[in-house]
Design a protein around this ligand. Sequence first.
Ligand SMILES: Nc1ncnc2c1ncn2[C@@H]1O[C@H](COP(=O)(O)OP(=O)(O)OP(=O)(O)O)[C@@H](O)[C@H]1O
Ligand SMILES: [Mg+2]
Length: 354
Amino acid sequence: MPSTQTLLSIKSLKKHFPLPKKSLFSRHRPYLRAVEEVSLDIKKGETFGLVGESGCGKSTFGRTILQLYKPTSGSVVYHGREGEEIDITALKGKDLRALRRELQIIFQDPYSSLNPRMTVGQIIEEGVAAHKFYKKGSPQMQAYLAEIMQKCGLQPYMLNRYPHQFSGGQRQRVCIARALAVKPKFVVCDECVSALDLSVQSQILNLLNDLKEKEGLTYLFISHDLSVVRYISQRLAVMYLGKIVEMGEAEEVFSRPLHPYTVALISAIPSMETEKGEQPPQKILLSGNMPSAANPPTGCPFHTRCFMAQECCQRVPVPLKEVEPGRFVACHFAEISTEEKRKIALKNGNVKTE
Ligand SMILES: Nc1ncnc2c1ncn2[C@@H]1O[C@H](COP(=O)(O)OP(=O)(O)OP(=O)(O)O)[C@@H](O)[C@H]1O
Ligand SMILES: [Mg+2]
């Protein structure tokens, strides 16, 4: 069970990417605001889901908290061993490298993230040797690699094979083995099952769940697939244009979304559970595309696509507010119920029935 202790405390995290100047003489350099003032806590032992449309900033957020991208501003405090609080954003060189072992990432594409010229054994061994667990080629290393392979559902004899000799699901297991071999505390899983077919997805999700329990891990689970996030996370956040617009217990958010964006996203999950004679679910289709993060709308960033939008939404920015204990929403109309919001979407003609 997840504890209530915080593992990572993220405050006002920003990541802006510089864009080319429009003209040589323009004064201001334009920026793409990929992550904009995100604050949240990730608790020890939980799987924290992060969802949102493609390009909303999920991967950038995951990479910035691990310092794979240097944050533009903000802090990421890691509550490591007994009571120690470390601001990862202030670490450099050796200290950062030492902490890296505890903070790992698993990527979406298990093909491109594995070196094709190395055997799986060499791939997993690299990190283990770099962190000085065991010497390369030693009998202890061989025994440890075999143990890790088995934990991740792979046969030890596969250590001498190359990545192309594996299926997609097996390659993803290799990526998990590589990340877990260095005994991390926190793992960012970035779309790590998105490239796999459904039956393999569920095997990998079950493996991740098992390993979390056995090894006492904490995950940030990034996905655009809401059903996957619902299955695996205890809490989740919904991102739009680099900002968190809703956050809370996963089941609560799924059964009673309060931000119009979440209402629409959840209504669009394909459901196969409709029984005969039951009214098919009504899907809320959002008009238009996500605006550019280089030039986000004023006021509430979602107002250009929102079926609830009023004049104030165009002007007045809306912070993420705690509307119930543990439940956060950034909407001027957060207090209007889910049902009421669905009715408004229906009335405004934003609904497609299937
Ligand atoms: N290294 C980079 N340099 C410049 N811009 C970047 C960089 N990485 C991401 N971006 C931009 O930042 C924004 C957020 O991208 P990001 O990859 O974080 O989105 P995402 O939510 O992970 O999308 P997806 O679901 O497609 O993986 C996008 O507009 C993207 O073009
Ligand atoms: Mg991504």
